[in-house]
Write a protein that binds this ligand. Structure first.
Ligand SMILES: Cc1ncc(COP(=O)(O)O)c(C=O)c1O
Length: 422
């Protein structure tokens, strides 16, 4: 892409011209020389997505399809990290660094706006693992209290609960859900069956990283609430992919990382705690600046000595990037790419079985397949070394495309795998 076009796109990010409400009309003006940015219908077309792709410094010839693990950040986010880091290094006095306290408050407000909650309910962590542990280790329980977890959770959730249980005498009930659930009710039923009078928390991934299964999170939170049970949603696979509102989701705790689907700075994450529960959550790390009686999540739970302020400061640019493209557009594009990839793989590559959900409506951004007779680890390595396709070996071959991918890349992946197994 010509530099001038990239600059123009970036300018719109900076000024907010591409707010979702004004996207179609303003976007047409955004490209010098009258280039068409959106199709006449106002929906993003391939030219639009090409422009989006050009915002990322992805190496020529490489196809990154591992958003569930780690995403590249767009230039605009990388530039912001560097800008803030440089500003810090010009003057590391306490006086000058005070600006980062203001920026952190603005970032918390931007995160809160993005997720439909209040700034005091948001904290900035290093990643989802840390945020999960803050909740798990920070809640008080009585021996014999029960916690319901999902067998498809990430280890930072399940292992942490199991350690806590060993130490404090909790009982962990690990729920299994059907591999090919035909309805949301089939997914909810095992959780409902596990809830008893001693259940205190249900902890589940919004979307499983090991199966790609999407949990009907709002319904599960409602069910838990009706039984007086708290909910911890691990949102590592939903923040930045789904167009989320945490109020609507109705959870009590939500955690995520910014280096996955949000495409934000690496080693930053979020912790949401519903206001009503903040006082019952103990801080597990306390750094300088911690104050008794601070009733914000960031102040009470997320102090940790000296941090890399430039990273947290650049989170806002990732949020703006999403808003400029349109969060609904992003969600729909990810689903479209995943369904295209799933279809192409199953149609064109002999010997594959689907590990992630079969129904298109249950497929979020994660497509997992497994070759029934060949060595999947070898295929994973060959895909990268021979075709530049970066996926994950989770559950077989896990592909997680996002907005810097194209439909042509989805077809390319299927064709490359077909050649490898033939
Ligand atoms: C569901 C889930 N939770 C937690 C994590 C851990 O994320 P991080 O390493 O950013 O803490 C992952 C990582 O893939 C994940 O998929």
């Amino acid at each position: 892409m010509r530099n001038i076009e990239r600059r123009s796109f970036l300018q719109t990010l900076g000024t907010g011209v591409l707010g979702t409400a004004v996207l179609p009309a303003a976007a047409k003006n955004a490209i010098p020389g009258g280039g068409v940015f959106l199709s006449p219908s106002g929906s993003p077309d391939e030219q639009f997505w090409g422009l989006v792709k050009a915002q990322f410094p992805i190496a020529e010839g490489k196809i990154m399809v591992n958003a569930a693990n780690l995403c590249p950040a767009p230039y605009v986010v990388g530039d912001e990290i560097i800008r803030h880091a440089r500003a810090l290094d010009t003057d590391v006095s306490f006086q000058h660094r005070a600006r980062f306290e203001t920026i952190r408050k603005e970032t918390l407000q931007a995160l809160a706006n993005f997720l439909g909650v209040s700034a005091d309910e948001m904290g900035i962590t290093r990643n989802t693992s840390e945020a999960n542990n803050m909740v798990i280790q920070g809640l008080d329980f009585q021996p014999g209290d029960e916690v319901v977890i999902w067998d498809q959770n990430h280890p930072s959730n399940n292992m942490a609960w199991k350690q806590k249980a060993k130490r404090f005498g909790l009982i962990i009930k690990e729920v299994r859900t059907p591999g090919a659930a035909a309805s949301p009710e089939e997914l909810l039923q095992p959780f409902e069956a596990a809830i008893g009078t001693k259940t205190r928390v249900i902890a589940f991934s919004h979307i499983s990283n090991v199966s790609g299964q999407v949990i009907p999170a709002a319904a599960l939170c409602e069910l838990a609430r009706s039984r007086g049970v708290l909910t911890l949603i691990d949102g590592a696979q939903s923040f930045g992919m789904l167009n989320l509102n945490l109020q609507a989701l109705g959870c009590d705790f939500y955690t995520s990382s910014s280096h996955k689907w949000l495409m934000g700075p690496k080693e930053t994450g979020i912790l949401y705690v519903r206001q009503a529960h903040l006082e019952r959550l103990w801080p597990t790390t306390m750094g300088a600046g911690w104050k008794e009686g601070d009733l914000s999540v960031d102040g009470r739970i997320c102090t940790l000595g000296q941090r890399n302020d430039a990273l947290a400061a650049a989170m806002t640019s990732a949020l703006r990037f999403h808003d400029a493209i349109g969060r609904q557009n992003i969600e729909e594009r990810v689903f479209e790419l995943a369904v295209r990839l799933k279809t192409a793989l199953l149609e064109r590559v002999p010997g594959l079985e689907l590990v992630s959900p079969e129904a298109d409506e249950a497929t979020a951004g994660i497509v997992i397949v497994r070759h029934t007779t060949q060595d999947n680890n070898k295929l994973y390595e060959q895909l990268y070394h021979q075709y530049g396709i970066a996926c994950a070996p989770t559950g077989g071959l896990r592909f997680s495309p996002t907005i810097y991918n194209t439909p042509a890349e989805m077809d390319n992946i299927a064709e490359s795998l077909r050649q490898l197994v033939s």
